[in-house]
Ligand binder design. Sequence first.
Ligand SMILES: Nc1ncnc2c1ncn2[C@@H]1O[C@H](COP(=O)(O)OP(=O)(O)OP(=O)(O)O)[C@@H](O)[C@H]1O
Length: 339
Amino acid sequence: MSASIEVRGLSRTFHSTVRRPGFLGGVRSLVNPERVAKEAVSEISFDVAAGELLALLGPNGAGKSTTIKMLTGILTPTAGEARVAGVVPYVERERNARNIGAVFGQRTQLWWDLPVRESFAVLRDIYQVPKAEHAARLKEFDELLDLSSFWDTRVRHLSLGQRVRSDLAAALLHDPPVVFLDEPTIGMDVVVKEQVREFLRYQVTERGRTVLLTTHDMTEVERLAERVVLINHGRLVLDGSLDEIRRKFGSTWQVRATLAGAHGDAVPLPGIAVLRQDGPQVVFGPDGPDAPTVHQALKAVIERYEVTGIAIDEADLEDVMRAAYAQAEPVAEPVAEGA
Ligand SMILES: Nc1ncnc2c1ncn2[C@@H]1O[C@H](COP(=O)(O)OP(=O)(O)OP(=O)(O)O)[C@@H](O)[C@H]1O
């Protein structure tokens, strides 16, 4: 197996009936229902390497949750194929469940009326984790997520941040190599968010887990992901590093340098234009579609000029993603079946 997660031409169409407006419309819909097809995910392909954290991004309704549901075996695709740790998830659901952990930020998989620690014990029995192993893992998770301060509380009484931290621990207690996280930090305060991010970073770098994460939080993406896959209207728009995305959709950086000594006129560098110069103060910016990233530009300017001061202004990732979403393919209207 070349990658931990392999997705090839994956598609999922949902069929639903539309209720016509008004009383008569309602009666007509009962007698002769109008069925519409919605292609939620359309022929997407990507890989996630073992030990990589990939952020799956896209606006509301883009198809992220549907993709994750297919990779966790909850939904069967209408076309295409996926493998997770070598297993086709919707064919071998049980085998897949042993290889993956999943957290859906909006829902819990814990037992509502059990204290958290008892939920963990039930999971230990389900996955048949040896006691010593379970205890060691729980200790590690407690150190990173501070679970012991609330793990004797019933799940129904936990705060959102406590509940999601418990869910994360529960999802990883059986030591799965692959983890799916659908908006794990939604609604959390900044301190808990940072704790969860730290935990995830540890799980990837120290434990070698493969993580596929969806989020609308761009700070999260910047802190955690080196690579992102962007989908819109169910289609893959972009698969690349954050730098590539910035280059493609938000190359609006500036490097502001103060040149030392007898500087004369600053000259452009490859892919870097001189936007303004006022004596020793020079503002450099991107030039053309192959312009370097702001960090490459910073290096190039320092190598070429002796500077006494240098600063960068970078396009905000939120702005970059807004531009990326806006440029993505327009949505096709749902097609009435038989039309
Ligand atoms: N069971 C279903 N039946 C019909 N349509 C569905 C169903 N589930 C999802 N959809 C539709 O499929 C599309 C993709 O939904 P999905 O939940 O995958 O989006 P998302 O990217 O996760 O969005 P969000 O960021 O809002 O969570 C949406 O248009 C949604 O309305």
